[in-house]
Design a protein. Sequence first.
Length: 317
Amino acid sequence: MQAIVFDGNLKLQEVPRPSNSDEAIIKVSRVGICNTDIEIIQGYAGFNGILGHEFVGVVESAPNDDFVGERVVGEINAGCGVCDLCAGGDSRHCPNRTVLGIVNRSGAMAEYISLPVSNLLSVPESVSDEEAVFTEPLAAACEILEQIRVSPSHKVAVIGDGKLGLLIAQVLDTTGCNLTHIGKHANKLEITAQRGIPTLLVDEAKGRFDSDFDIVVEASGAGSGFKLAQEIVRPRGTIVMKSTIHGDVPFDAARIIVNEITLIGSRCGRFENALALLEQGKVDVKPLISKTFPLSDGVEAINYAQQSGIMKVQLTT
């Protein structure tokens, strides 16, 4: 089968089709290119192999017949199944987990992939393939509501207008909170503005708010975003950190300690919540799609995805 492989170089390559009889074999229909994929080819995580973890496909075979023929998405973390975390139903933090296209498991930029049946969720008929590909990053946005309570009485800011920031703003808007979306790009902020969410450019936000927000979600991917979050959160407020910021990060320890700010790291979320939002039409992901390429042009697609201003790029098999 064809796959996009990174082994120090990025290439389209013929590789063996997966044949793990203990797992489901899925024919991939569509896969998204994520910032994590781009970071991997820049050295993040030390991963070599088939890239990709945002996918939708059809199950061709499985240890049981429950999912055969089903259109599915899949949780990207595959746990060991025996540790306390896995026994408690949370493989996302299993110390021995593999992660699709990131840690010791071949990814989804291929014609076929293999995943445990327990990782699979059926896609509702009303959700298209191009929407279903967003399940994993949308689940990451939904994880915030699993970690903290957000109500209409809360004043909330989302910093960052990339793909994740745009999804987070839409998810938090479903709570009825007093929400402001802050970013650097007027054209990207227009996506949330069209849904009635107030937006501000970063330069407009600086100095305008003085310890004003109950909750600030940092999703900019930049140290400057985290610095702004510290400046605009109120005393005893909460900063949710969604960005995996590399390099030095500005950390005002005195402000955090004196103002008793709560810092919460937030990563992967459960797919059920994301699929429900897509099925109910409460989140619109289609404006985030910049372009679609065939898998055979995957190297070109990844290069295209790295250009300034590009949002989500998808591959079809």
